[in-house]
Design a protein around this ligand. Structure first.
Ligand code: PLP
Length: 454
């Protein structure tokens, strides 16, 4: 029966017992009632009871081509059949082809280093930047500047770059040499400005900080085109260009974290393509394989790579990871990019994004909706308890909206965790195969959930 197929012959009760006994869940170790998902098709997930959920956050902003793609499974199986593993000290055909493709998607001129996760891609970027400066005779350059509210990963360096205190506390000290500047958060401008008085202080601050720190000690800036997981914080249009100018002025590198924004989420191939900037280093993961297999990449401007070709000693990049660039993951990524191109999913994401933005505006007058921010096919709805004071909605309020949506079969995301004042932005980032009518349904479901609040 369908039910039997869904449970794969297992009892749900037994699975939950084992889950409780053995599994340490991410973010919520004591998750008493996790959904046990058994299948996925398009934007829909099915749990062990046969309940269906529309995944409007694409897992963790990653299943961009949607679930259940048979040709992805076939690509993986064929590569496993040919050769399941080759270390990246050697070479394999899907890896070579993928590196070329990534460089082309970026517009050309990049060298590609593979890892497994977004965190690792960022760690590699930091190591490359430090070693690069060391080898071109600027060994003092070791600091990185990122932004408060940004998320760059869970490992010690990537977490140090992260600007969310609630994720860092009790793990410190983390990697050293990481500084933070205020984010371009127009709704709550950290510089007290409004649209008319704005002088893009959020970008100019980099200039100031580099001077105060001693610009000769700064290796680079790391930023996402928009802060996604930290609450969909969309900068002014000229922000990124100005940050790049400041980096160039002081000889620092611009590292752009495209882990979420890359591969179409922004409505263009990469988030930075919306801002007319060419980064020195680009990191990517999630959408590279649409999460069908783990893979990440650090794309490095060709002339930076040249600094690692010097002969002898310690001048090569002394970095290795066993699974990075796994041929099965590379084959899966190649197929993913082929599907995105063939189905014109980047353009479709852009059109879906416009529809989503248009429909979400109908929520603007709701008393709890403080701000609505979108970027491509991703949105953040910032909830407040009072529109005048902008007092952030409590995590309890956020949970109520999410639960009401889930009861209606809609899964949405939120930023941050349970620290008061952080978990106040609902997030949407559906797969690019969503239908326009589904976008309308998402927003009307959200409207119902909001209308149920006290
Ligand atoms: N960078 C950004 C912008 C992310 O959103 C994430 C993960 O959510 C990461 C880096 C870390 O990626 P991973 O979880 O694959 O290590």
């Amino acid at each position: 029966s369908a039910k039997e197929a869904a449970t794969q012959g297992h009892s749900k009760q037994r699975m939950l017992e084992k889950d409780r006994k053995y599994v340490w869940h991410h973010m919520s170790p004591h998750n008493e009632g996790p959904m046990i998902i058994v299948s996925g098709e398009g934007c829909w997930l099915t749990d062990m009871d046969g309940n269906r959920y529309y995944d409007a956050i694409s897992g963790l902003w990653c299943v961009n081509i949607g679930y259940g793609r048979k040709e992805m499974a076939k690509a993986a199986a064929e590569q496993m059949d040919n050769v399941a593993y080759v270390p990246m000290t050697q070479a394999h055909i899907p890896g070579i082809e993928l590196a070329e493709r990534i460089s082309e998607w970026l517009g050309g001129g990049y060298r590609i280093l593979f890892s497994n996760s977004g965190s690792e891609a960022n760690e590699a970027a930091f190591k490359i930047a430090r070693q690069y400066f060391n080898q071109i005779g600027q060994p003092e350059r070791h600091k990185f500047i990122s932004r408060h509210r940004a998320y760059h990963g869970s490992s010690m360096g990537a977490l140090a770059a992260t600007g969310q205190a609630q994720r860092k506390m009790r793990y410190e000290p983390l990697g050293t040499g990481f500084l933070h500047v205020p984010p371009p958060y127009c709704y709550r401008c950290p510089f007290g400005q409004n649209k008319d008085s704005c002088r893009m202080e959020c970008a100019e601050i980099y200039d100031q900080v580099m001077e105060w720190e001693g610009a000769q000690t700064v290796a680079g800036v790391i930023l996402e085109p928009v802060i996604t997981g930290g609450g969909m914080i969309v900068p002014p249009q000229d922000y990124m260009k100005r940050v790049k100018e400041i980096c160039d002025k002081h000889g620092a590198l611009l590292i752009v974290d495209e882990v979420i924004c890359g591969y179409g989420r922004s409505g263009r191939r990469f988030g930075h393509h919306n801002f007319g900037v060419q980064p020195d280093i680009v990191t990517m993961a999630k959408g590279l394989t649409s999460a069908y297999s783990p893979l990440s990449a650090t794309a490095v401007r060709e002339d930076l790579y040249d600094a690692f070709r010097l002969s002898g000693g310690l001048d090569h990049f002394r970095h290795i990871n066993t699974f990075g660039g796994n041929p099965v993951s590379c084959a899966v990524a190649n197929k993913n990019l082929e599907i995105i191109e063939r189905e014109r999913l980047v353009d479709h994401a852009s059109e879906l994004g416009r529809r989503l933005r248009d429909r979400l505006m109908s929520l603007a007058s709701h008393p709890y909706v403080g701000d609505i921010r979108t970027f491509g096919f991703a949105a953040g709805i910032e909830l407040v308890e009072d529109k005048e004071t902008k007092k952030p909605a409590s995590s309890d309020l956020i949970a109520k909206v999410m639960t009401a949506c889930k009861q209606r079969g809609l899964l949405i995301g939120k930023n941050g965790d349970t620290t008061p004042g952080y978990a106040n932005v609902l997030t949407l980032a559906p797969p690019f195969v969503a239908a326009f009518e589904e976008v309308d349904w998402m927003v009307s479901t959200l409207a119902i959930a909001l209308s149920m609040l006290p």
